[in-house]
Design a protein around this ligand. Sequence first.
Ligand code: ATP
Ligand code: MG
Length: 758
Amino acid sequence: PAEGRDALLAGLNPQQLEAVTYRGIALLIVAGAGSGKTSVLTRRIALLLQQREAWPSQILAITFTNKAAGEMRERVAGLVGDTARGMWISTFHSACVRILRREADQFGFTKSFTIYDSGDSRALLKRLVKEHEADAYGLTPGAAQSRISKLKNELLDAEGYARQANMSDPAERKFADIFADYQRALQKSNAFDFDDLIAQTVFLFRAFPKVANVYRRRFRHILVDEYQDTNHAQYSLIRELTKPIEGEAPEPYASNGMMIFEPEPEASSDESTAGASLTVVGDSDQSIYAFRGADIRNITEFERDFPGAKVVLLEQNYRSTQNILSAANSVIGNNFDRKAKNLWSDKGPGEKIVGFTGYSQHDEAQFVADEVEQLRRAGVAYSEMAVFYRTNSQSRALEEIFIRSAVPYKIMGGTKFYERAEIKDALAYLVAVANPADDMAVRRILNKPRRGIGAVTETSIGMYAEQHGISFRDALRHPGELGVGPKLQAAIARLDSVLAEATEVLLPASGELPPPTSVAEGLTVLLNKSGYFDALRASRDPQDEARLENLDEFVAVARDFARNNPDGTIVDFLTEVALVSDADDLDDESGVVSLMTLHTAKGLEYDAVFVTGVEEDLIPHRISAGEPGGPQEERRLFYVGITRARKRLHLSLAMTRAQFGEVSVAMPSRFLQEIPAELIDWRQSPGDVNSRGGMQSRALNARRSGGWGSGGQGSSKGGGDRFGVQALPKREGLKPLSTAMDRFPNKVTGKVRDNGDL
Ligand code: ATP
Ligand code: MG
């Protein structure tokens, strides 16, 4: 093992070495982008396993995406071989799902609970807001959803909220009622929403210390990546798991004298009752989820929360060339309220950053596509290039041009495949089988395809279910007692028998595991026998053809799942689908350019990076202006984007941008000004574009009278003046953004059609 140890530690710098080998109870690694935080976590795990300091099952590592978890698992396996099996390397959500599936029956759920995604909980809230007539109080389903989400991230449940809310305010009372009803509906449907997964796990641990102790005893080493983006609920989960094991060693004998388990040899020694060792890594400069309740204080107050914690700083960046790093350092240096960092690289200056200003977003996209092709010819693989944008809607122009230019690409997280209506229908069919208590799922498929079951019948079924204290699904078994006509009775009976038949395929009664292909088979049974496929085939709507293709794709996904998870059940399949997150994809992305939002880009790295739409109102985003700390968070987001690049960074923008059917004049982002001019090589600067005068449009005139570059000759020289935005206050904290923007009253709206849209 000593040799292996040396090999494992080879190439680490002294600080990294210290972080990998430190063996105290709490360790915080704070460092800028690309300094090896994630690598250090991976090596730490590998070393623990290789030196036999821990069993794989004693390790819990939390990553930000399932994809990152997969990569970390692979790397550990690469370092120490297959011993890595049995480790929990996962996101907070996946880890909590695993815990909840094991423990669900402790508190009134079953193991096959459904996970409601954002669309599901929105649909439920829509119904509740209507029932409570809450829109009269200005409460929309969306607003209710985000409030509930925030409260859950703060670990406030419905009762807790009701206790502290101002109940003399009718609007507050309405919201409290809706929150309580929402929670009751989830419970009744045997379902958790996304935020519940974490909050309920914490509640479970607090209510059942014995259950918590099982996991405290199991996980002796807990490691968390991207700790700066944990919210209060996630933080509390970590605290619960790292508490010392409460009470005595577990009693090996039940009260009737039967032995429950073999007592562990060292079960009562001091060491085994101590809390788990905790390692967290993070970078306050990359905190970009404050809007979801992430709290940088979790990192800044780590030493207070875990007394005696060791802190290690990493300063060498191994990812990027110095030019890229200098740009990043210079931008983030404009955030006040942060500790200065000295991030350096020994990779040499490298290429200059390339800047480009297009006339429109299509022009910008063309630049990106051309540049991608050129890099490709120079030997950079497509898979080593990535294009980032602030908002999903920006991807459309890029896609159009990429398709036209035959550049292979893949949108990460933007496909929304699982949000398509037909896929949600298919999922609802599966859920109706896996978790028959889920009324929402059964309601969804009641009349899909059309069987003549309308709102009136749905209400009758609901009333019958309520009167008899049974689920919606079970009510379908009694078509004769619902008080509906014979045709409807027959339709209901047919649906019932389709569900019953699929249940036999998917959940064999014998208690045996279903055969490996059963998810795909069960799905096919459901879609065929329900008439869903037939209805689409019979339709003349071309969209229905696309829907059929999507469903075929979904069946293929189910088959793949069976192939990769020979023991996987329908519940495992549904869990996987529910947890597919922004950065995750079921296909691999080799050989294609990755397109994604800046948020999704966190933690990743590419040889060549394009940050597009570097404009005011996009980055910083318009909605950030009103939020306290908003513009600073936007700057961190930009910093995350820049620091993904290893060798080449491109920053591009457009002068006009079509959004929501309107074309407006775009202003260069203030963040561009924060990069030293000599680091950027402008292929086409705002000044060049002006001097050509080729664009005869009102937008151009408006722009000229507005704030764009005054002269137009000095393209790449001239500091801040090159954008004509030198008057922008350097720190938006000093002046409200609105004042700054008032200087450029040159929004053109609704008048110019963007050519690319025609
Ligand atoms: P981020 O803040 O973006 O998440 P990070 O701090 O997690 O970045 P890593 O992704 O772990 O950084 O490392 C960045 C790159 O540097 C990776 O390609 C990694 O392999 C490489 N690297 C890290 N440490 C070393 C080292 N000691 N020697 C050589 N390369 C290293
Ligand atoms: Mg990382």
